[in-house]
Ligand binder design. Structure first.
Ligand SMILES: Cc1ncc(COP(=O)(O)O)c(C=O)c1O
Length: 339
């Protein structure tokens, strides 16, 4: 099987497994795991924030981030296809009493004018007040899109002017960094909280890091434990993350090139593929996915008419060639075209 469903499906490489085996560990709930402490400091420094917190998932990184910024009964604004609104099972409402409002965005891109007209930081006693805006970079369901630098700058300026906070869902911020050459510090700058994942393109088995001010991270540490996600000898997981940071960031350019090649072969303009995700609009996505599975290629269905393919560490050039042979006729015959 060639598995293009997600970049989360990668397995640790032998060298990563060796790093896991050799990790120094301690009880992280006591703050005594040296490998976790080193990972948290390293990611905070890379992103230009004061402190970091190792968490098991990107969902928890997001949920802790937004709960620090948005009090119960206030709102978080994000786009219509953001991971937090589509794929975190209502957690912001369930755990934190946060309401969400969205700007329409098929490719997940920022629309600062739309945000400016939605944001009401002090809405008075009758309406919901806005506490924060969430940005996803790169954007998963939008097709791996990179947020334009200009729009990010405009949003940072608007946040300062109107007095709302910013959370960055940077599950794939590494991809944006490699695709644009913009430093991680610049991409993460101006955001009050940032969550990044080690278990997507970077290929670690588990783990994300939330970064922010030291004060906010101390508060997030309490909430992490309260949610039951205080981990003990988590250094074996953090070691995989540290290995991934040292060895798997720059190689993301290969994933991006493969995604563009796949897109081009399927009739999608490669210049619309920013990173490692190819989203295609088809007339019957489940039918395409089922037919592809029968021929040994796994892809995901994002909606009845949208399918997604993701390149990653465990897919090489030959796999892409084989996937194209399977997918190209299916996309042509089963769906009558892609958009
Ligand atoms: C953009 C984005 N944010 C957050 C997450 C959540 O990560 P996790 O699956 O580790 O909870 C994902 C997962 O795919 C994602 O794509």
């Amino acid at each position: 099987m060639i598995d293009l469903r997600s970049d989360t499906i990668t397995r640790p490489t032998p060298a990563m497994r060796a790093a896991i085996a050799e990790a120094e560990v301690g009880d992280d709930v006591y703050g005594e795991d040296p490998t976790v402490n080193a990972l948290e400091a390293e990611v905070a420094d890379l992103l230009g924030h004061e402190a970091g917190l190792f968490v098991p998932t990107g969902s928890l990184g997001n949920q802790l981030g937004v709960r620090l910024l948005v009090p119960p009964g206030k709102e978080l604004i994000c786009d219509t296809v953001a991971h937090i609104v589509r794929a975190e099972l209502g957690a912001a409402a369930v755990f934190s009493g946060i309401t969400l409002r969205t700007w329409p965005a098929g490719r997940g891109l920022l629309d600062v004018d739309a945000i400016a007209s939605l944001v009401t930081p002090d809405a008075g006693p009758h309406m919901v007040s806005t506490a924060a805006v969430l940005v996803e970079n790169t954007h998963n369901f939008g097709g791996g899109t990179v947020q334009p630098a200009r729009a990010l700058d405009d949003l940072r300026a608007l946040a300062r002017e109107r007095g709302f906070a910013l959370h960055l869902d940077g599950a794939r911020l590494w991809n944006a960094h490699v695709a644009t050459g913009t430093s991680l510090r610049e991409l993460a700058g101006g955001f009050d909280t940032v969550s990044v994942c080690l278990s997507k393109g970077l290929g670690a088995p588990v783990g994300s890091v939330l970064v922010s001010s030291a004060e906010r991270i101390a508060e997030a540490r309490v909430w992490r434990k309260r949610y039951g996600a205080g981990m003990r000898q988590a250094g074996i997981l953090a070691a995989a993350g540290r290995y991934a940071l040292a060895h798997h960031v720059e190689r993301l350019v290969d994933d991006h090139a493969r995604a563009r090649r796949l897109a081009g072969a399927l009739g999608v303009d490669p210049s619309t593929v920013d990173t490692n995700i190819v989203a295609i609009d088809v007339t019957d996505a489940p039918a395409v996915a089922a037919a592809a599975r029968d021929e040994g290629v796994l892809i995901s269905v994002l909606s009845p008419r949208r399918a997604r393919m993701v390149t990653h560490l465990d897919v090489d050039d030959d796999d892409i060639d084989r996937a194209v042979k399977v997918l190209e006729p299916l996309v042509r015959t089963v769906t009558r075209g892609i958009g």
